[in-house]
Design a protein around this ligand. Structure first.
Ligand code: 8YV
Length: 315
């Protein structure tokens, strides 16, 4: 039987690439220079797209593949997939939820600790001889027992909150509705009010057109000169211009970010700021999790072409 033709939008590790190549006729979009010509050439043969969370699938790509049946996303976030274009043609969409939740929460909490205790600067202090030359490292801010806000108490937000309990933090959260499982946490619907009572504000919302810039200039101002913003969701959830302005002026104390508008290219102003911790969108980046994500990408494709129920569909 002919293997189904798949358009692969971004690279995967060898342990995923090999089984993918074995099961499907894979066309590597990310390796070609002239993408438009490539899509013209292979588009009509494509029945599935395998993509990454941050790369998604655009309307242009979807339109160029008139026989497309499924988009399988390597990531929990599918905001970069044009869902309207998929709905119009009843194209299925799958993602990789649950398997990455713990790792993403771990990185968020690690970023809070690292930034609050100034660990990057402290490492530099040791390596560049400042410790021996200048003595004690400047004092930083405590984490345990302080006030945390979680914006979006879904799977990842809940795992963040669970970890913060271990630091005896006073935890509040915002969401569209109060969550029955948020025991011991204060519900504050308004993100500005949440930011006002938070020392650390975690952004853990699934991104969509509705959540765009939910962390507005007002939310950032409410977090204030002593506050820290931690983003492990999508850059679009934050008004990034307002964020950089506030970090520059000191209106916001600090930030720890795993995601950026236009990544992997960053607003160059970020690189000049000392009060921001920059991470290369790797919250799900452990061997264990990435293996589980790769397997789910393939399991969804395989199930679809076998006519079975999809393990983790979103459309
Ligand atoms: C990326 C992510 O998909 O899960 C998500 O939504 O953004 C990440 O896990 C990962 O970088 C792989 O591309």
């Amino acid at each position: 039987m002919k293997k189904p033709d798949i358009l692969q939008i971004g690279p995967y590790p060898a342990w995923d690439q090999e089984p993918l190549d074995e099961a499907f006729a894979v066309h590597r979009y990310f390796e070609v220079e002239n993408k438009t010509a490539f899509l013209k050439q292979v588009g009509s043969s494509i029945r599935g797209i395998a993509t990454r969370g941050e790369l998604g699938a655009s309307r242009e790509m979807i339109t160029a593949c008139p026989n497309l049946e499924i988009v399988s996303v390597y990531g929990v976030g599918y905001d970069a997939v044009d869902l309207d274009a998929c709905r119009e043609r009843s194209i299925r969409v799958t993602n990789t939820p649950d398997v990455l939740t713990g790792d993403v929460a771990d990185l968020g909490v690690a970023m809070m600790l690292c930034q609050s205790r100034g660990m990057v600067g402290a490492e530099r202090w040791v390596r560049d001889g400042s410790w021996a030359e200048k003595g004690l490292y400047p004092l930083k801010r405590r984490v345990w027992g302080r006030r945390a806000g979680v914006l979006g108490l879904g799977r990842i937000g809940f795992e963040v909150a669970k970890r913060l309990r271990g630091f005896d933090m006073d935890i509040a959260y915002s969401d569209v509705v109060e969550k029955p499982y948020a025991e011991g946490m204060t519900f504050i619907a308004d993100p500005v009010a949440l930011a006002e009572r938070s020392d650390f504000l975690f952004v853990t919302l699934a991104a969509s057109a509705v959540t765009r810039h939910v962390v507005s200039k007002e939310v950032i101002a409410a977090l204030g000169p002593e506050g820290m913003l931690i983003n492990i969701s999508r850059a679009s959830n934050i008004d990034e211009d307002a964020l950089v302005d506030a970090l520059e002026s000191g209106a916001l104390g600090s930030a720890a970010l795993d995601v950026f508008e236009g990544e992997p290219k960053l607003d160059p102003r970020f690189l000049t700021l000392e009060n921001v911790l920059l991470q290369p969108h790797h919250a799900s980046g452990t061997v264990e999790t990435r293996k589980a994500m790769g397997r789910l990408v393939r399991d969804n494709l395989t199930a679809h072409f076998a006519g079975s129920a999809l393990p983790t569909s979103v459309l």
